[in-house]
Design a protein around this ligand. Sequence first.
Ligand code: GAF
Length: 340
Amino acid sequence: MSRTVVARAPGRVNLIGEHLDYNGGSCLPIALDRTTTASVAVGTGARRSDRATPGWTAYVDGVLAALGVEEPLDISISSDVPVGAGLSSSAALTCSVALAVDDLLGLGRTRDELCAATISAENDHVGVPTGGMDQTIALYAEPGTALLLDFATGTRTPVPFAPPDLSLLVIDTAVRHALVDGAYAARRADCEAAATHLRLTHLAHATAEQIDALPGGRLGRRARHVATEQQRVQGFVTALQVGDWKEAGALMTASHASLRDDYEVSCPELDLAVERALEAGALGARMTGGGFGGCAIALVPDGLLDAVRISVADGFAGANANAPTMFVVGASGGAEVLVG
Ligand code: GAF
């Protein structure tokens, strides 16, 4: 009987540092306890063509192509990471498949190599020019810590994340996004144009003077988000280190305003979720992930969790929006082989 390898990889929320990974900046994601599980065995049929595979199967084909795997495989997938919710269901899928296939076929790839393969699957096969945040946290997360990822240096620094008497509430707006629709690529192109104009390798390293010197309009706004978000990440990490949760919350809320006004990747439902969470006493709230729908996160004193949930739900009902789903998350571990 052929061997079946089972591996799982988590979704994530990014605490702060949005749209910085492809700008040489820093971000601070945590892994969720919501995961995708891939069961992989050597198969009997011919491998499906790697062209024109629709939807999520393209991500699987992309991983196999990036790993240079030609032989037929039987792969089954199960997941409780909501799809299209900005919680990185695609990286949970690619990383679980990559890890399982590597183990099954004895490829002996390092985590760095698997990370590169999963990024290539998304960039080169599916055709979405995402950065590497989602795959990196899925493969390297440790329980109880966020990972400070610096995309200029490639370093990963664990930052303990266990806020006392506070919860991190995920608010899924039920507005589904698709990064493949071109808006994400358009933001990335704007950033590349701004960096070229400023003769910078990493737009996240632009100074306030350089941003002011950009011609006004869209490129200036995009660059201002990137440069100010980089400052906020640094402030947020310091706030976590000294236990200043009020400051951490304020930086989350400022991040949301920047994503809404300068980067223009929010949507009315995300803005409503943030507004209603703050009104009910959240220390801070922001959209998380690529945007254009998906989830917001709110840092909420435990005693106010019910009030925040009710405030958000009432706000959505009052706006005739679909009911949001809300759940509390903590920092979980990264991808692992369950059955080898
Ligand atoms: C998506 C992308 F996949 C990430 O690489 C990152 O750019 C994120 O949007 C925004 O911070 O999740």
